[in-house]
Every structure is written in structure tokens, then in C-alpha cells.
Design a protein around this ligand. Structure first.
Ligand code: ADP
Ligand code: NA
Length: 364
């Protein structure tokens, strides 16, 4: 079980953190994937475009390989049992705990004029989405790890108070570390709403992708930002001395790392922005290309301009076919309507069983 908010075009973070795994899971597991339009209401003031965004996100998922015949692919608000379970789980959610959730604190910072209760109880609604199907595996990016822990708390409280109904759900990436696709400006994760120039969307045209990659940060040190020439050994990563956040989460969350985490000189770690470029390159380019630039990096002969060109072409090759398919699907009204109806029917039949068990357990 997993979901994506219809708050804008999907980006590479959504793809590599989530959608890719939806597709990988669809044959081996019973899957429920949904577009979280209720969740979107916590941040939207304006809902005129919401339906269009739901269709777009559905189209982008299908264009990425998600097959509505093999999974239940639905729109959250079409399954009212979600809201019913959400209400019941609210009785197990402590306000103090919700107030401490980092994502809530972040939202308070971002929209101080609209700190609604829906924002506070966002993790409760998310738990309801998952528990509604008594799901155990939740394919999500690294940013969602904490929400899964909250969902497990509700499972344990519910089971402890009313009797065993729910299994514990875990974030899932086929046994690998969860993914965090970095933003191109080196500031945190790629995200739908933040810096659009630092985010590659599945809807971006080829020229836009090339432009964004050309502007991507290669180093956090001001002296060499945007440098594309030959870098002397130790120059690029040594000179800047800026090691944002350490974590090199970039290299690590990318899974099988290797070269990325090694510096050019013993004891000098690769800068975060360069590590991010390697992480992105590894996602869309062949192993040969990654090897070549890793070797150049080690030798101190890497040309970041060349690396970015290669990265841009890899991204264009990756994004273009999805973009084109998504556009065609988005325009097929009748098809999307059928997908949503069938998805909701499948999800509701699973949801009704759970709601029955929940009511029995509580004594409603
Ligand atoms: P966004 O944060 O862009 O608004 P959502 O909150 O709708 O996206 O998240 C949808 C899915 O995409 C979640 O599983 C989330 O973990 C994943 N995701 C979002 N951004 C990234 C990222 N930069 N790297 C990895 N996964 C991500
Ligand atoms: Na997110």
C-alpha cells in the first residue's frame, strides 16, 4: 500500500522513491496504490485544479508502468472507509506526539496562516490509508520513514486495547535503504512544491531538463560553483571545505554506493553536491558511464560540464517516453474514469472487510 499527493507534477524523487517500487511490486504482491486527494487538502487553499491533478498523477503512474489491471489503483476520496478508519484511529493518537512530528513542525513553518487540524493529524490519515488494507509493506521514500513508525504505534495501541486486527506496516524498498533523491540545488530532497528549477518533473520537456541540469550545483564552495573545467586533485572537494550535513545520505541512500563515497584524496570526502550528481547519474545512466566518471573523479581529471551533459541526456532518455505516454493517457477521459471506478471498487471491498473487523473489535 502506498500513496502520492496530487499537488503537482510527479518528479524523479517520487519516481525513484515510490513509483518504481509500485511497478516492481505489482506482480509479486496484492497491491493498493492511491492518489491522496484528501491529504492534498491540508495544504491547498484552492481546489479548482485538484481533479486535473488527480488525473495527471494517475496518468503519470500508469505511464511509468503501473498496471491498474494488476493492482487496485484508486483515488483516496472515492473510498469513504478511509475517513471512517481515520476517525477511529484519532482516538489512539496523542496530540503531544503529533505536535512533535517533524513534518508537522515543517508545515507550521511553511504555512503559519493555515495550521489546520488536518495538518496535525496527517500521520493519522496516512496510517488509515495503510491499515485500511491491513498492509505490511509500504513502498515510500526516506522522508516517510517516521510516519511508518507512527502507524506502527497505532497498530500496537489498537491491537493492545481492542484485540489483534492489524499487522505492523514497514517502509519497503526490497531490502535496500530507502531512497532520497536530492534536489539539484543541494538543499534537501527533490520535492513537488519547493524550488522548481531544482526539481526534474516527469512532465519536463527535453530543453527544460537540459537547462536544469546545466544549472545544478557541482560543489558547495562558492569559488568553484558551476565549474566545468578540469579540477586539480584535491581542488574541488578539498578547497571548499564545506560539508553540508555530513550524512553523505546521498551516497548511502542510493544503495550500492562504492566510488561515490570515496574522496579523491585519502581523508577528503566528496562534497555533497558532487555526491548528489553521482547519485542522480547512477539512477539514469549506464554502469559504464558511472564507472567512467568515478574513475575520472578518482584521478582528479573529472570535467563536471561533461558529467552534467551525460546526466542531462540520461534524464531526457528516461523522462521523455514517460512524459509522452502520460500526456496521451491524461487525455483519455473514459479510460481514466474506468480506472478510478474499478480501483475504488477493489479498494472498497478490501476496506469493508477491515472496517468490519475493526468495529467488531471495538464493540461498535
Ligand atoms: P512530495 O514530497 O513531492 O509532495 P509526496 O509527499 O506526495 O511527494 O510523496 C509521494 C512519495 O514520493 C512518497 O513515498 C515519498 O516518500 C516519495 N518521495 C517524495 N520526494 C522524494 C525524494 N526526493 N526522494 C525519494 N522519495 C521521495
Ligand atoms: Na513527501
Amino acid at each position: 500500500m502506498s500513496g502520492i499527493r496530487p499537488t503537482g507534477f510527479l518528479h524523479l524523487g517520487n519516481y525513484f522513491g515510490a513509483v518504481r517500487n509500485y511497478v516492481r511490486m505489482q506482480d509479486a504482491y496484492t497491491c493498493y496504490f492511491m492518489v491522496a486527494d484528501l491529504h492534498a487538502l491540508t495544504t491547498l487553499n484552492e481546489t479548482r485544479e485538484l481533479k486535473g491533478h488527480v488525473r495527471r498523477v494517475m496518468a503519470e503512474n500508469i505511464a511509468s508502468g503501473l498496471d491498474p489491471e494488476r493492482v487496485a489503483f484508486y483515488c483516496q476520496s472515492h473510498v469513504p472507509e478511509t475517513s471512517e478508519l481515520y476517525l477511529l484511529l484519532n482516538m489512539l493518537a496523542y496530540v503531544g506526539e503529533l505536535e512533535k512530528t517533524p513534518t508537522f513542525k515543517e508545515k507550521v513553518r511553511l504555512q503559519p496562516q493555515n495550521v489546520n487540524a488536518g495538518l496535525l493529524t496527517y500521520p493519522v490519515l496516512q496510517a488509515a490509508d495503510i491499515l485500511l488494507h491491513r498492509a505490511t509493506l509500504v513502498p515510500v521514500g526516506k522522508d516517510q520513514e517516521q510516519h511508518l513508525e507512527i502507524a506502527r504505534n497505532y497498530v500496537n495501541r489498537f491491537n493492545g486495547r481492542y484485540g489483534e486486527v492489524f499487522p505492523e506496516p514497514y517502509a519497503f524498498n526490497f531490502g535496500e535503504a530507502l531512497i532520497k533523491v536530492p534536489s539539484l540545488d543541494g538543499a534537501g530532497k527533490m520535492s513537488k512544491s519547493e524550488n522548481q528549477m531544482a526539481t526534474i518533473y516527469l512532465a519536463d520537456d527535453d530543453a527544460t531538463i537540459r537547462k536544469k541540469i546545466a544549472k545544478a550545483k557541482t560543489d558547495s564552495g562558492p569559488a568553484v560553483s558551476g565549474a566545468s573545467g578540469v579540477v586539480q586533485p584535491g581542488g574541488e572537494s578539498g578547497a571548499s571545505g564545506v560539508q553540508s550535513g555530513g550524512e553523505s545520505g546521498a551516497g548511502r541512500s542510493g544503495g550500492k554506493s562504492g566510488a561515490v563515497q570515496r574522496g579523491m584524496m585519502p581523508g577528503i570526502p566528496m562534497s555533497e553536491s558532487v555526491a548528489n550528481l553521482f547519485l542522480l547519474l547512477r539512477l539514469v545512466s549506464s554502469e559504464d558511464v558511472v564507472q567512467k566518471f568515478s574513475a575520472d573523479y578518482e584521478a582528479g581529471t573529472i570535467r563536471y560540464g561533461d558529467m552534467k551533459k551525460e546526466l542531462a541526456e540520461g534524464m531526457v532518455r528516461f523522462v521523455a517516453p514517460i512524459r509522452e505516454k502520460a500526456e496521451a493517457i491524461q487525455n483519455d477521459d473514459a479510460y481514466l474514469r474506468r480506472v478510478m471506478e474499478e480501483g475504488a471498487a477493489k479498494a472498497r471491498s478490501s476496506a469493508k472487510v477491515t472496517i468490519g473487523l475493526v468495529k467488531d473489535a471495538i464493540g461498535l
